[in-house]
Design a binder for this molecule. Sequence first.
Ligand code: RET
Length: 275
Amino acid sequence: MVLATVFDTAAGSTVPLQTQGDALQAIQDSFLLSSSFWANIALAGVSILLFVYMGRNLSSSRAKLIWVAALLVPLVSISSYSSLVSGLTVGLLQMPAGHPLAGTGEVVSPWGRYLTWTFSTPAILAALGLLAGTDFTKLFTAITMDIGMCVTGLAAALTTSSLLIRWVFFGISTAFFLVVVYILLAEWSEDAARANTGEIFDTLRNLTVVLWFGYPVLWALGSEGLAVLGVGVTSWGYSGLDIVAKYAFAFLLLRWVANNESVVASNPSVFGGDD
Ligand code: RET
């Protein structure tokens, strides 16, 4: 299999150019990797249909906003996993010196995950923040810090020049993450108690905080970090976390909103006005 092609620069030197076909071939050669993508495409498809159905009778605009945010989660997911399984957002990287996989050839990197979390995790936080009846400032803070976490996580995964820089980006991403965790645990829990959504919020918050901590741990142990786990197992780890953190989360949230719409409808508006 040809893993890298080259093209000529104006200066006459050659630069490796990975083709999407090489990545696609690597995915198709690994059952573990491709099944970790297909399982989520199937589940995201089922979730989209189910969530549309579950929200069919919602009438208040606040409940509908939570519904749209929850629906965005599998919508982003099906797009994300389709790009992964097609090889479009999967790279073949040479790890820097000092990395356990350095010198072993090209390592499959499904970097599209980190990119698309930039869209799916804000949707999760928007749904949680709206459920808690929080204000615009806290919602904006949680979402922007979360985007910071995803983009620097992407940088950590894609850095091939230096092992230190990979881990520095990991550290920056973790700092952003801890701000999000603080808002979830300290700020929104109080807001939710005031908005009479405390019980369901606490369940979803616990599920979110526990599962979200699994992602950096997996990054550190997986092929991107210490490489204790192989590429396929790491990918299944993320896919498994995704199944609960996204579809089970959104299902529990929507079921509660559909049965308790009046509570959500009387929440204070996130924008400070009546609606
Ligand atoms: C990374 C590595 C760098 C350090 C940290 C990370 C955290 C990732 C998280 C991801 C959550 C993703 C979800 C996706 C759903 O679509 C980027 C792995 C802190 C918390 C819930």
